[in-house]
Design a protein around this ligand. Structure first.
Ligand code: ADP
Ligand code: MG
Length: 492
């Protein structure tokens, strides 16, 4: 199955995502059992989660608050009069025989997520900047079937049954696998900033189904879609879509048609395989959940939630770009976690060397945290110390190498001593005195008359050798900028 570029460019790829996010409330969505990943099978269960006759669900308000937070973060419209529906189907991991979900009145409608896809093949102006959300609804998770190796029977663990979920459903508005990658990365950032989910795709606290179709560019209608499941990382969602893209075009080119089906992704081969055929019309016999009363979300409650919203990644990115002038790469690294982003933002209240501050956070500080296993909230130095360190480098008094490799570790060992004192003690101040540097330059020029002639005849590459000599004689402390200028002058 090999596609040439021309064949592929006849078709437009269409992607819509369904993202399930487990909300990390203490208890489940309709019962008081512990909402916690793992644990001995069938220990976080109650008669309500198991749907014993006579039990009634009771809605956990925290879960509603979390869903509204995500809706506000995505600029959705919040549905203030909303209710739950029953979705009926049989599966062994579904104790009730139905799932409580929202069909007609999802808690959030519309909205969008900003993205910055990495698509080197496209002009910047052709890259999309947002993904539209169709809706976000609340629902409960099912239990889990456990298939033990070598056993002919499967077992059921109901711990997960009743775990609160939001399902974020996008419009079929994406046309490149990189856009799916970018929107999932942003969604994961958002749920982490909001503290509503850890976004761990390996453990399944965030899961994504990718709906993929292709069509000829001028075809008026969307092609028939295939749903791909079982990707345990954002990268694998992208790979699954890349594979479907080629597979579907290839089939169509062979004169075959696409069947509506659910496929599973195999990370080892990067391919998808048919899992089950999707009937054109699934009959879930949805009807309003009679055991729960409709919800009325008051203006006052909405305002309270709005007021409790933390800084969001895209807000901080805009600030870092506009106020601190950081390039895109730095924005991605610094806003990856809320704690790091807020640390950098506070750092910038103590210095005006914004880019230098970013380099300190992304370089020496991150390495220290990695090596020590500490989180940035436990970082032992003060912003004053960091700003003094930044200024020593920015004013050319100490080289970045000396500051990051000598002063920074010394400071971590002796946080009570100031960076300037340490620079003195360790004899790290750069020689910026023009007179004494000039003396060194003159000596070097006098000691290598042949090389000077060669340089003047055009062997400009020799400048590096002269610089090396000046550095050596200054014991590495010559201010490279000044030494370079003086050398050029002396040699010309
Ligand atoms: P279904 O009725 O099968 O549940 P929906 O219309 O509810 O389908 O859409 C489910 C998801 O599939 C949404 O994320 C939507 O954006 C996406 N989707 C719908 N149609 C297509 C299509 N033709 N190609 C790709 N994705 C699609
Ligand atoms: Mg649907």
């Amino acid at each position: 199955m090999k596609l040439d570029k021309n064949t592929r460019s006849k078709y437009q790829l269409v992607i819509g995502l369904e993202v399930h996010v487990q909300l990390q409330s203490k208890s489940k969505i309709f019962a008081a059992d512990l909402n916690q990943y793992g644990g001995e099978p069938n220990t976080h269960i109650s008669p309500i989660s198991l749907a014993h006759p006579g039990t009634l669900p009771l809605l956990n308000r925290k879960v509603v608050e979390y869903a509204i937070k995500m809706g506000l973060a995505c600029h959705c419209q919040i549905t203030q009069q909303t209710y739950f529906d029953r979705k009926n189907y049989f599966y062994p991991d579904l104790p009730k025989g139905y799932q409580i979900t929202q069909d007609k009145t999802p808690i959030c409608r519309g909205g969008k997520v900003p993205i910055r896809p990495n698509q080197p093949a496209l002009q910047p102006e052709d890259r999309s900047t947002e993904v539209l959300i169709h809706h976000i609804h609340l629902e409960e998770d099912a239990g889990k079937l456990v298939h033990l190796a070598g056993e002919s029977e499967s077992q059921v663990d109901f711990n997960r049954a009743g775990t609160p979920l939001i399902e974020i459903v996008t419009e079929p508005c994406m046309h490149y696998p990189e856009e799916a990658y970018a929107v999932l990365t942003e969604i994961r950032k958002l749920i982490r900033y909001l503290d509503i989910c850890d976004g761990n795709m390996e453990e399944g606290s965030m899961r994504c189904d990718a709906n993929v179709s292709v069509k000829l560019h001028d075809a008026p209608e969307l092609g028939r879609k295939v749903e791909v499941k079982n990707m345990n990382s954002i990268r694998n969602v992208q790979r699954a879509i890349e594979h479907e893209w080629d597979r579907q075009i290839w089939l169509i080119e062979q004169g075959e048609s696409i069947v509506s089906e659910t496929r599973t992704f195999d990370a080892a081969t990067g391919t998808t395989a048919a899992m089950r055929y999707k009937e054109e019309l699934n009959d879930y016999r949805y009807f309003p959940e009679p055991d729960l009363s409709p919800m009325d979300i008051s203006d006052k409650w909405l305002e309270q939630i709005q007021a409790s919203m933390p800084s969001l990644p895209y807000e901080l990115e805009n600030k870092f770009s506009e106020q601190y002038g950081l390039p895109e790469h730095d924005l991605d690294v610094l806003t990856d976690s809320k704690e790091v982003a807020l640390f950098y933002d506070t750092f910038c209240q103590h210095t005006t060397y914004y880019k230098a501050a970013a380099n300190w956070v992304m370089g020496p500080i991150k390495s220290f945290l990695n090596d020590s296993g500490k989180s940035i909230t436990e970082f032992p130095l003060t912003y004053q110390q960091l700003s003094e360190l930044t200024e020593l480098v920015a004013s050319d008094r100490v080289s970045f190498a000396a500051a990051s490799q000598k002063i920074f570790p010394a400071l971590l060992d002796n946080p009570e001593v100031s960076p300037t004192t340490l620079a003195e003690k360790l004899n790290l101040f750069q020689e910026s005195n023009t007179d004494s540097l000039q003396t060194l330059v003159n000596e070097v020029v006098a000691d290598f008359p042949d090389k000077v002639t060669a340089y003047r005849k055009g062997k400009k590459g020799l400048l590096g050798m002269f610089m090396g000599e000046v550095m050596k004689r200054s014991q590495g402390k010559a201010n490279p900028k000044i030494a370079n200028e003086l050398l050029r002058k002396a040699l010309s």
